[in-house]
Design a protein around this ligand. Structure first.
Ligand SMILES: Cc1ncc(COP(=O)(O)O)c(C=O)c1O
Length: 418
């Protein structure tokens, strides 16, 4: 097992020491939103105590807010490997994606094409389908149902000289599949199309370098990487400057703030900076001597990726030994570089809701349903029968928690709810 200081890590997260029904709470709900370190909670409170004001005023609290916005952009730039003026904040990923799709539509003509995938969360599907109202043709890439991967041949067939944008997830929030973004970017750029990457699920699990990926846009949400509910959009500077966002006329026309509608969630930005600093501190612990925050973040995310890979292997091995379980997605450990530790499954004779409820009663928190990955649950044939049970690990989870889960799953008595 990769050596992460789990005692230190878990001590940072006050929520992890809670109990329910006499049992410790076990959080396997990370893909729906992670817990936060105490430093994030403190930073939010501290902002509200010392700096609470709107931006761009001629007085101290407003100036502190301006400084916070700058530091939040720098922190995100360190996490993603971009420049701070390529970082846009918003309410959440979905809202930012709708704003972007409407702005991109101003450049499109009837008959232009956009590619989406059946593996994606609908936050990266519906904002693009909305453009079909303007005559834009939306093409959907199929999945290989046997391992829940994207059908790359089908993707290649969809891309053509009319393609203007490919919208793809970095990783599936339902079954963990990681997509080959580098190849998709190459294919799209070869025909002059842009690439929008939904990294909401991926970001808590591995390092990101948008310069290496060369994607045009990448969106994520701080509440999926140990921060508060704030959405983040990375876009290449040239796109932020060229595209015309819908904005109120008196608001700044500077890049990137011209993309930020209305007053931002400043206390959320304070929490976001603290979440990134938490990860950086973890990086300094796993690799003492790193020179700056970007390097510390890379060190942290590499260590997290390795630790979670081991954890995932233990989980998948244990699940495969339970006869009544059907696992969806990549189960071959030699291919685990292509998955996050987010596992979708069903238990024979049980609805995912019934299993999630039974686990929840024992203090084990998992999600059930389609998680807005509707194309996937439909193609897997599980949409009309309650979708999937999702077990989502993050780096604060432990081997002991996995053993608890496996024990609980074995003991869940089949019901006739199905
Ligand atoms: C992969 C993925 N994309 C997009 C979203 C939507 O994010 P937000 O809630 O920030 O709009 C989610 C949320 O679950 C997600 O998991």
């Amino acid at each position: 097992m990769v050596d992460l200081d789990l005692r230190w890590i878990r001590n940072q997260f006050p929520a992890l020491s809670q109990e329910i029904n006499g049992q410790p709470m076990i959080f396997f709900d990370g893909p729906g939103g992670t817990q936060v370190p105490k430093s994030v909670i403190d930073a939010i409170a501290q902002y509200l105590i010392t700096s609470n004001a709107n931006a761009h005023g001629a007085f101290a609290t407003s100036q502190r807010t301006d400084a916070l916005i700058t530091s939040a952009r720098t922190a995100m730039a360190d996490l993603l490997g971009c420049s701070s003026d390529e970082v846009v904040f918003g309410a959440n990923m979905t809202t930012l994606t709708y704003s972007l799709s409407r702005a991109i539509a101003r450049e499109l003509q009837s008959g232009d094409e956009i590619i989406v995938t059946k593996l994606d969360h609908y936050a990266n599907v519906s904002p693009w389908f909305a453009l079909s109202e303007r005559g834009v043709v939306i093409r959907e890439v199929q999945i290989n149902v046997e391992d829940c991967t994207l059908d790359m041949n089908h993707l290649k067939q969809q891309i053509n000289e009319r393609t203007r944008l490919v919208a793809v997830g970095y990783a599936s929030n339902a079954v963990g599949t990681i997509n080959d973004i580098a190849t998709i970017v190459q294919l799209a750029h070869a025909v002059g199309a842009m690439v929008f990457v939904d990294a909401v699920h991926y970001v808590a699990h591995a390092p990101i370098d948008v310069r290496v990926l060369d994607c045009d846009f990448l969106a994520c949400s701080a509440y999926k990487f140990f921060g508060p509910h704030v959405g983040v959009l990375y876009a290449k500077r040239e796109h932020l400057a060229r595209l015309r966002p819908y904005k109120v006329q008196p608001a700044s026309d500077e890049v990137p703030s011209r993309w930020e509608n209305g007053t931002q969630n400043y206390e959320g930005l304070a929490g976001l900076v603290a979440a990134i600093n938490y990860l950086a501190e973890l990086g300094h612990r796993v690799l003492p001597g790193v020179q700056n925050r970007r390097e510390a973040l890379l060190a942290a995310m590499i260590a997290i990726k390795q630790y979670e890979r081991d954890l995932c292997q233990k989980l998948v091995t244990g699940l495969l030994e339970i006869p009544d379980i059907t696992l969806y997605g990549i189960t071959d450990p030699t291919r685990f570089d292509w998955r996050t530790p987010t596992v979708g499954l069903r238990l024979a004779g049980q609805t995912p809701h019934a299993v999630a409820k039974a686990l929840g009663d024992q203090g084990i928190f998992t999600w059930n349903g389609n998680f807005y990955a509707l194309g996937l649950t439909k193609d897997l044939g599980v949409e009309s029968s309650g979708g999937l049970l999702r077990i989502g690990l993050v780096h604060y989870n432990t081997v002991e928690e996995i053993h608890q889960l496996l024990k609980a799953l074995i003991n869940i008595v089949p019901s006739d709810e199905c």
